[in-house]
Design a binder for this molecule. Structure first.
Ligand code: MN
Ligand code: MN
Length: 265
């Protein structure tokens, strides 16, 4: 039976505006494991005994957090099961991918977000949550980067897209008939602000005009290559309403996990 590893990464030191995403794993888990909800994925898998929770990474001042994340993600990946990381802000995708890439010499990132997160530098912090995909592409931690749902693109971003060969489907051009031509194992990077704030208000940077929950689930369910790892990031619990966004995060987690099982069969 295919199992799915979960790992909490409660880290938001590199958020540029609001802090809060470090609290996210503690808000997603109760929604994920609540008896109020089904543990079946829409794709037909009972996840009850499949999800293996490895707890949260414990950060301390003595260790570089990026080394800690890379090391802990690598340790969990050694089990050989697909992994879903719970952020944390989006900065954590860089050290996660350093570990994932070592196991996956061919890899496509499917990145759902309102923002490109590709600033060459932002407020002088190369680890900013506005920059992880610049670092990821500079270090060639993926062969392809496909970004979906963007609606904050500026001229600098367009230069970066060209520089790194990024494939971009902006929210304005998103259609329900979108079919990705995937050829390698896939990493899903799910920034919850890719959803419209009507569906996911509990984020640091609400950007109207985004995807519906249904559209994101359908996109995830359209992946026809193995999903080897994923992150769900940028839930900001103090900005959430009645834990609604945490519930959406738990739902997306179950659908990603369901597709991880399905694509391994
Ligand atoms: Mn992001
Ligand atoms: Mn974002």
């Amino acid at each position: 039976m295919t199992r799915i590893s979960l790992l909490g990464i409660p880290h938001d030191d590199n958020s540029s505006f609001f802090k809060g995403p470090a609290q996210a794993p503690a808000h997603i888990r109760p929604e994920l494991f609540s008896d109020a909800y089904s543990m079946w994925s829409e794709t037909g898998f009972d996840l009850t005994d499949r999800l293996v929770d490895h707890g949260d990474i414990g950060f301390d001042s003595a260790t570089d957090p990026w080394d800690l994340i890379e090391g802990e993600v690598g340790r969990v990946l050694e089990l050989g099961d697909p992994l879903i990381c719970l952020g944390g802000d989006h900065a954590i995708s860089w050290p996660i991918l350093r570990a994932v890439r070592r196991r996956h010499p061919s890899l496509t990132i499917l990145h759902i977000d309102a923002h490109p997160d590709m600033y060459d530098a932002y407020q002088g912090n190369p680890r900013s949550h506005t920059s992880p995909f610049a670092r990821i592409m500079e270090q060639r931690l993926a062969d392809r980067l496909i970004q979906v749902g963007l609606r904050t693109v500026n001229d600098h971003h367009r230069d970066q897209f060209k520089r790194f060969g990024v494939e971009v489907i902006e929210a304005a051009r998103f259609g329900d008939d979108l079919r990705l031509d995937l050829k390698t194992p896939v990493y899903i990077s799910m920034d919850l602000d890719g959803l419209d704030p009507a569906f996911a208000p509990g984020v640091s940077h609400r950007e109207p005009g985004g995807l519906t929950t249904r559209q994101v689930i359908s996109l995830i369910q359209s992946v026809n290559q193995p999903i080897v790892a994923a992150d769900i990031v940028e839930l900001n619990p103090p900005r959430d309403i009645a834990n609604l966004t945490a519930t959406v995060a738990a739902k997306l987690l179950k659908e990603i996990a369901g597709m991880m099982v399905k694509t391994r069969l």
